[in-house]
Design a protein. Structure first.
Length: 339
């Protein structure tokens, strides 16, 4: 016969079991494809600080709300509290147990195409379209300095080169530096030491260095790259040169002020880097709340293989597995002027 204590313990156990099932632990990263509310609770929508995701930004993925989640629990640095819920259709997951990268398809009989890649991306190269970023962040130092004649008006800019899986962050980083890794304290991170020519090129290709983005990228991602600061940023700049010298950049400059679809962008990558290259590209958009427009903010490229001074972007793309998620289906290529 159950005693009152036994019954109480049974209730507590049931509650604990239910609580455990309320969240399904996940690892990896959540990459926002849009600006979406990041709430403290799913049902109530409580959102202290009116926190929202930034399109193209990667967040630590903590859990899903169930086995087939409708919401992901992510960590938003600087928010109070940091643990926040976002809808799954706000972005995509990468790396860890939450990876959505599908296994490469097996070739069918008679298939004459090249053998498919066998591994997940080892790196992600994130390219920004700076006018769109500045449309929603006009107070950033680099955005105040924009001009129609500037490099970032007609070229892709570097967000980062991210070793995978995306949970692979902060390798052997001091606790104080990790604590300072939020935009309000990036200036407190150690400076990135580069050769003069590399520094000059990086300041042009990564305008965010004006806000110490290079310090953040090194602390969070570069420390896991296995090379020096000079090699890490040199490798990223080599890849950026290849993209900006390609038909992909030509397509964007021709379409400034107009809409582009993810299919058109992927086709341009196929043309530039070989059939199938576009299948390794994902498009992220952001919403300009002042005008209601949906802007193309970022492209992320899955890469696999050794990256060095003579690395071929085509080979790196085709060595990675394709993704069925093309991301944002259509967005505007924003001009430099604020709309």
């Amino acid at each position: 016969m159950r005693t009152g204590l036994d019954f109480g313990l049974a209730i507590v156990a049931a509650l604990l079991t239910g609580a455990a099932r309320a969240e399904v632990k996940m690892s990896g990263s959540f990459v926002a494809d849009a600006t979406c509310p990041a709430t403290q609770a799913i049902k109530s929508g409580k959102n202290a600080g009116n926190i929202a995701t930034d399109a193209g930004q990667s967040y630590e993925l903590l859990a899903g709300n169930k086995d087939a989640p409708t919401h992901y629990l992510i960590r938003v640095p600087g928010a109070d509290p940091e643990r926040r819920w976002v809808k799954v259709d706000c972005g995509h997951v990468s790396g860890g147990s939450a990876s959505t990268m599908p296994a490469a398809p097996m070739p069918t009989e008679g298939d004459k195409s090249a053998a498919p890649a066998s591994g997940k991306p080892e790196y992600v190269l994130a390219l920004s379209w700076q006018p769109a970023f500045c449309e929603t962040k006009p107070d950033k130092t680099e955005c105040k300095a924009q001009s129609a004649a500037g490099f970032d008006a007609t070229h892709f800019t570097l967000h980062g080169l991210w070793p995978q899986p995306n949970g692979n962050f902060y390798c052997q980083v001091a606790a104080a530096d990790k604590a300072n890794d939020n935009p309000a304290h990036w200036q407190d991170l150690p400076p990135v030491e580069l050769e003069p020519n590399t520094r000059s090129e990086l300041d042009q290709v990564m305008p965010g260095t004006a806000s110490d983005l290079d310090r953040h990228e090194w602390i969070k991602h570069g420390t896991c790259y296995g090379k020096s600061q000079q090699q890490y940023f040199s490798d990223a700049l080599n890849l950026m040169r290849a993209v900006n010298a390609s038909p992909v950049r030509d397509l964007f400059t021709q379409k400034i002020g107009q809409d582009l679809t993810s299919d058109q962008i992927r086709a341009a990558f196929d043309s530039a880097f070989g059939p199938g290259a576009g299948d390794r590209v994902r498009v992220s958009c952001l919403n300009d709340h002042s005008s209601g427009r949906r802007l193309i903010g970022e492209l992320t490229l899955g890469l696999a293989g050794p990256i060095g001074p003579n690395a071929s972007l085509s080979e790196l793309l085709l060595a990675s597995v394709p993704t069925n998620n093309a991301g944002c289906p259509k967005g505007t290529v924003d001009p430099i002027e604020f709309q």
